[in-house]
Design a protein around this ligand. Structure first.
Ligand code: SF4
Length: 683
């Protein structure tokens, strides 16, 4: 490997689009990223992160040895020392305080196989369902809304369907920065092939600028205008009666539930005009096929599940499911947030979304794993933090998540980490979260291991090892197996393909998935039948309920909090094109760091004039939960008293989650990151 140029097929780790390409390496040097016309998602496209975001694998900041805390410092240790200590501490907490006194946080940056064996470890070795992943912070409300209405939590079709839709409606998402290659497909279809585009967002992002109609509702009012548009469609007799009669339950009760959502009410509560609401309804009515895309602008609210449900209700009412170019598309953020959920790192589901409380399902896993399994759902991420506060949770094992920066109300989360009796953090860098650990384990990134990821389309793709693990770092699946064996398991997985074989043998959703079928540029889209065939478009044989019918599900609007008078500004937040999440990888990639070295605060021209500030001014934002210091950019992307702060920073002093609260979506406990009121002090 040292002297030759090697080309290795991999999958991008930076967003749920799941672009694949070959990485050219010579020794440990990364020479080039080369996409291919055969890549199933992206063809020859990548964005800046996919092209330039790989230097981090050779960063001097990489963890290469296990570390054990000694007082206020960490000392290097051997793997045997670290594993023995972990086994002793986790084992004694379990024995003294019970199985449910330990919590396990999985990684939606890591592979399907790694998530599968992590949930197996939590359930079968440690005896608890207290296992979750970071979908809890983003798209759990979308999954929940989909499950209420159509029965499965994944995107209804593929990016190809989005591309061929006559109308794309984007709600609370910024795909031009968060899902760039997918956005390119929409831009092309809109510009060249007559696709219509409506964007609803409180920030004038690039897609909003390109749209035929940009809706700028008041923050947290999406459910109101979506319901008003649906009611208007029904009032005009534009519902798809044939589709509803054949495929949908609950239309009459749903129609009655919409009574409050008149155009007048929606005008008052959302700030959209009657003309905008009617135009939206007319465009949906006139479209032969409509897709709705949404993301955290919808889900990260106290009513995130209900608004996601309202989106599905609108699509069902207009018959926009189960045909090419139609459907519901919650855009997954992390590269493998879909796969982490699919393969069971959730407190209530085994792999394939089979309930832990289902006796028959549990019996299948009990027989295969040879243990008795817990039958009640465990704690989710949010409840785990509360569990530390009230003493239920004594220890935690977390891998591949920067929870100290990305969970909401991070000052509180850090305080809780400090209370744990024992904390294991497994990562490729010494993250901020690792500062609170007792043992830190050095893991290997995707280029140093084999595995599969699942993108936002439910597409499973293979990535191959291009480099040897750096120093003493190990692939996460191997570390998890080592920890499990130190605690008495007798696992002997020699390769991730063996883990996938086991998952496929147990979960009907992945019955026909195999590494042989994923060779080269091949991919499989779940549910995968035993013969290996994919299901690219869902629900063509009926919706995922016993009678095959979808459910219209009435929902109510969660009225936003009235902020205290001193917190007079609304703070929106989201991603940058150039950086990934907390930036642990992209800030370690030279080209990207040089282009965008830090974050900033977007302030509207009118607010800047009122406060007497210009671009470059230093300000302090204060919420009831914390404060940050930021540099201002004055831009008309934001309006009035609405601010925007990109979340991608490694500096705790400027991280948005110093300001966010512990409020959550009522159903899924996803933090309401988008409901923040602040005051701004000019420095
Ligand atoms: Fe990677 Fe997403 Fe960019 Fe594709 S669009 S290259 S998956 S970050």
């Amino acid at each position: 490997r040292k002297s030759r140029i090697e080309k290795t097929k991999t999958v991008c780790t930076y967003c749920g689009v799941g672009c694949s390409f070959e990485v050219w390496t010579k020794g440990r040097d990364i020479l080039k990223i080369e996409p291919s016309v055969d890549a199933p998602v992206n063809g020859i496209s990548t964005c800046i992160k996919g092209k330039w975001g790989w230097d981090f694998v050779n960063s001097e900041e990489r963890l290469t040895k296990p570390l054990i805390r000694q007082g206020d410092r960490f000392v290097e240790a051997s793997w045997d020392e670290a594993l023995s200590l972990i086994a002793e501490k986790l084992g004694s907490i379990r024995d003294e305080h019970g199985h449910d006194s330990l919590a396990y946080i999985a990684s939606s940056k890591c592979s399907n196989e790694e998530n599968y064996i992590f949930q197996k470890f939590a359930r079968s070795i440690m005896g608890t369902n207290n296992v979750d992943n970071c979908s809890r912070y983003c798209q759990s409300p979308a999954t929940s809304g989909l499950m209420r209405t159509v029965g499965l939590g994944g995107d209804s079709g593929t990016i190809q369907d989005i591309q061929q839709a006559e109308l794309v409606l984007i709600v609370g998402a910024n795909p031009a920065e968060s899902h760039p290659v997918l956005a390119t497909r929409v831009k092309r279809a809109h510009k060249l092939y007559g696709q219509k585009l409506i964007v609803s967002d409180i920030r004038k992002n690039e897609m909003a600028e390109r749209a035929d109609l940009h809706l700028h509702p008041h923050p947290s009012s999406d459910l109101v205008w979506l319901s008003a548009v649906t009611k208007y469609i029904i009032d005009q007799g534009w519902e798809n009666r044939e589709f509803i009669d054949q495929h949908v339950e609950g239309f009459d009760a749903y129609r009655e539930s919409l009574a409050p959502y008149t155009l007048e009410y929606a005008e008052e509560k959302s700030g959209l005009t009657r003309e905008q609401l009617i135009q939206t309804a007319e465009m949906i009515h006139q479209s032969g096929s409509t897709c709705i895309l949404w993301a955290m602008g919808v889900t990260q609210h106290r009513g995130g599940t209900d608004t996601s449900t309202a989106i599905c209700n609108l699509l069902l009412t207009t018959g926009n499911f189960a045909r090419p170019g139609t459907g519901a598309y919650p855009l997954r953020g992390h590269n493998n947030v879909q796969g982490a959920c699919d393969f069971g790192t959730m407190p209530n589901y085994f792999p394939g979304y089979e309930k832990v409380s289902d006796d028959a399902v549990r019996a299948r896993y009990e027989q295969a794993w040879g243990v008795k399994l817990p039958d009640q759902p465990g704690l989710d991420n949010h409840q785990m933090v509360d569990g530390i506060e009230d003493g239920r949770i004594k220890g935690m094992y977390l891998f591949g998540e920067e929870m100290a920066l990305v969970d909401s109300n991070s000052n509180f989360v850090e305080e809780m980490f400090g209370k744990l009796d024992f904390f294991v953090v497994q990562d490729i860098f010494f993250s901020r979260t690792a500062q609170f650990a007792d043992v830190v384990l050095p893991a290997s990134p995707s280029l140093e291991k084999d595995g599969t990821f699942t993108n936002t389309e439910r597409r499973i793709q293979r990535f191959h090892q291009a480099l040897e693990p750096l120093g003493d770092s190990r692939p996460d699946w191997r570390i998890i197996q080592d920890v499990a064996n130190a605690l008495g398991a007798n696992w002997n997985y020699r390769h991730p393909s063996e883990i996938m074989d086991e998952a496929a043998s147990l979960s009907p959703m992945f019955a026909g998935v195999s590494y042989e079928r994923l060779e080269g540029w091949n991919s499989q889209v779940w549910p995968v039948k035993p013969d290996g065939s994919s299901t690219e478009l869902l629900y063509t044989d009926g919706f995922a309920f016993p009678d095959g019918k979808a459910r219209l599900y009435p929902v109510d609007w969660t009225v936003p909090f009235e902020p205290e008078a001193e917190y007079d500004l609304h703070l929106n937040n989201g991603r940058l094109l150039e950086h990934f999440h907390e930036g642990n990888m992209t800030y370690q990639s030279e080209h990207i760091r040089h282009k965008v070295p830090s974050t900033w605060l977007e302030v509207s021209p009118e607010l800047a004039a009122e406060r007497g500030i210009e671009t470059g001014a230093q300000v302090r934002l204060v919420s009831p939960f914390g404060a940050v210091k930021l540099s201002v950019v004055v831009t008309d992307r934001v309006r009035g008293k609405e601010l925007y702060l990109p979340m991608n920073t490694q500096q705790a002093s400027e991280a948005v989650n110093r300001l966010t609260s512990s409020h959550t979506d009522k159903v899924t406990h996803t933090p309401s990151y988008k409901e923040i009121s602040v005051r701004m002090e000019v420095l």
